[in-house]
Ligand binder design. Structure first.
Ligand SMILES: Cc1cc2nc3c(=O)[nH]c(=O)nc-3n(C[C@H](O)[C@H](O)[C@H](O)COP(=O)(O)OP(=O)(O)OC[C@H]3O[C@@H](n4cnc5c(N)ncnc54)[C@H](O)[C@@H]3O)c2cc1C
Ligand SMILES: *[C@@H]1O[C@H](CO)[C@@H](O)[C@H](O)[C@H]1NC(C)=O
Ligand SMILES: *[C@@H]1O[C@H](CO)[C@@H](O)[C@H](O)[C@H]1NC(C)=O
Length: 492
């Protein structure tokens, strides 16, 4: 009946919104995962789905046929749980370029204030064969793209992806009709709001290409600044850490057969070196705004030595070296300063207790991201659901951000499948509430754990340094910190 109303309507100026069952804003890992999962599921695959991405997905499309020679700098650590979800449920893992994935089985974390206090754990701590796998964001996105193409070929209801198209405005239908010219017939109101099929309360999404969509369910996979979250009036709480994460692709002196992820807790923030294939590796160096800016400016030849220094030397020495570089980021005399200090450490100790030296920085791979912790009060509102960074952002010290988005997709899918099986409206609050109830508490715990880890280590306040050292040394097998680390790294 509402369809008839629609076809009767013709407007001279504004085109009528196109009706869709699901509109996903955001073509990041979370948004593409949800689209692929929806189209993979027998229960939901006939839903009419559109994904809108403001940026270009050209590099995602080209990755399979023409992967870049060097590793891209956005690399994430995937948990076994995420990989299983991608294998079993979404089905995109078959399209992952596995030659660029690096499985690693242990983590060594140590404290800059006391290098003897360290914790290490391996896959057995979480009861799986592998601890985690390093994978480029774009590899994940490309595999999802391929999976969506595969599903599209056999689907009766093809998925729609629009890239280079921004969502400019989201309106409720009430706002929308109020903003329409008054000479129009109030056709929206002719719809019977009780028939359950009415789009009376479906949000209207205005796109930069002039089109507009109206969604039974609007999913915000639109990142930290989520327009969908703002439209839904959902509060997000948290704080900026006043820290930036500097990422870079690097080359080690030779391939490290031990496949260990290293993390050193400096008072400015943790520095992690994570293994990639062959002698490649990636770093995430969390630091202050000033230091992160310096790290981007430092001469590319000095940078590898600076990473080696930061993984090894005392913080007083590091501060001295930073000072020299602040005066001149290309000051080569720094190399001698670092070498001289490193030469005082026993070789056997360097071999056993520290990561392999870094040899080279891959040109153009340095970038920094502001670090923040945020959590939305709820993930759902009538006809709206939030997933991924739109719902939460986390300190990268345990590499959990993207993994949490996968858990969101798993819980949202479970709720939508259950609702669809029962013939319910997938945009209804009744269906969506279950997603929120199942996804929010686990994320809340993980956000708290990582926030605590950040706070415990980002201080040189002596009693706390003493305490955490004590914890790391004597409680290595059962310690609180270790427990927190394992919990967060494995996502369990
Ligand atoms: C330094 C650093 C290291 C990290 N390391 C790890 C790690 O080891 N492991 C891990 O799991 N996670 C890690 N993360 C986190 C991870 O990168 C993010 O959690 C993840 O990429 C978020 O994915 P998403 O799809 O939710 O959001 P995003 O990737 O932010 O995607 C949102 C998309 O929405 C689009 N969009 C936004 N607004 C609009 C609009 N108005 N119209 C159209 N499109 C729009 C954007 O263009 C974007 O493509 C790290 C993060 C940082 C900063
Ligand atoms: C799916 O296939 C249709 C044609 O059948 C095409 O118009 C559409 O763009 C495809 N979708 C994606 C996501 O590639
Ligand atoms: C990593 O390093 C090796 C040798 O340095 C190289 O051959 C390899 O292809 C590199 N990159 C990737 C993406 O594997």
């Amino acid at each position: 009946m509402w369809k008839a109303v629609r076809t009767l309507t013709s407007r001279a100026t504004t085109s009528q919104p196109r009706l869709r069952d699901v509109v996903i804003i955001g073509g990041g890992p979370a948004g593409l995962s949800l689209l692929a999962a929806l189209k993979s599921s027998r229960v939901t695959r006939d839903l009419q789905c559109t994904l809108v991405e403001g940026g270009s997905l050209a590099s995602v499309q080209n990755f399979a046929s023409n992967p870049p020679e060097e590793y891209t700098n956005r690399v994430v650590s995937l948990t076994p749980k995420t990989i299983e979800f991608m294998q079993e449920k979404i089905g995109n893992w078959a399209y992952i370029n596995e030659e660029r994935v690096k499985v690693y089985d242990s983590i060594v974390a140590y404290d800059s204030q006391d290098s003897d206090s360290r914790i290490s754990f391996d896959a057995s701590a979480i009861g799986t064969g592998t601890l985690a796998a390093m994978c480029e964001n774009i590899n994940i996105q490309a595999s999802l793209w391929e999976r969506i193409q595969e599903l599209n070929m056999t689907s009766d209801v093809p998925a729609e992806i629009m890239d280079n198209v921004k969502v400019e405005k989201i309106q409720s239908p009430v706002e929308f009709s109020a903003s329409e010219a008054l000479d129009e017939s109030p056709d929206l109101l002719e719809v019977d709001p009780t028939d359950g099929m009415s789009e009376l309360d479906w949000p209207i999404i205005h796109l930069s290409n002039g089109e507009s969509l109206q969604a039974r369910l609007l999913v915000g996979a639109d990142g930290y600044n989520s327009p969908a979250r703002k439209f839904a009036g959902i509060q997000s709480r948290g704080w900026m850490y006043d820290r930036f994460g500097v990422v870079a692709t690097i080359k080690l002196c030779y391939e490290d057969y031990r496949s260990i992820g290293w993390q050193r807790f400096l008072t400015t923030g943790p520095l992690a070196i994570l293994p990639l294939r062959d002698d490649n590796a990636t770093i995430v160096w969390s630091s202050t705004p000033e230091l992160s800016q310096l790290l981007l400016k430092v001469d590319p030849e000095i940078f590898p030595h600076l990473v080696n220094a930061a993984m090894t030397l005392e913080e007083v020495d590091l501060n001295y070296i930073y000072k020299l570089l602040e005066v001149d980021p290309s000051d080569k005399s720094v190399l001698g300063e670092i070498e001289w200090r490193l030469s005082k450490i026993k070789l056997s100790e360097l071999d056993s207790k520290y990561p392999l030296p870094v040899r080279e920085l891959v040109e153009g791979s340095r970038a920094r991201f502001p670090l923040k912790m945020s959590h939305a009060d709820t993930y759902v509102a009538p006809r709206v659901a939030l997933i991924g960074d739109a719902a939460h952002t986390i300190h990268p010290l345990a590499g959990q951000g993207l993994n949490m988005g996968q858990t969101d997709v798993a819980h949202l899918m479970a709720a939508l499948e259950k609702g669809a099986k029962r013939g319910m409206d997938v945009g209804s609050t009744l269906v969506l509430e279950e997603y929120y109830a199942n996804a929010w508490p686990g994320n809340h715990v993980l956000l708290g754990v990582c926030d605590k880890l950040h706070k415990i280590f980002s201080t040189d306040f002596t009693p706390l340094v003493y305490l955490r050292g004590f914890g790391m040394k004597t409680l290595n097998s059962l310690g609180v910190v270790k427990d927190l680390m394992i919990k967060s790294v494995s996502g369990n």
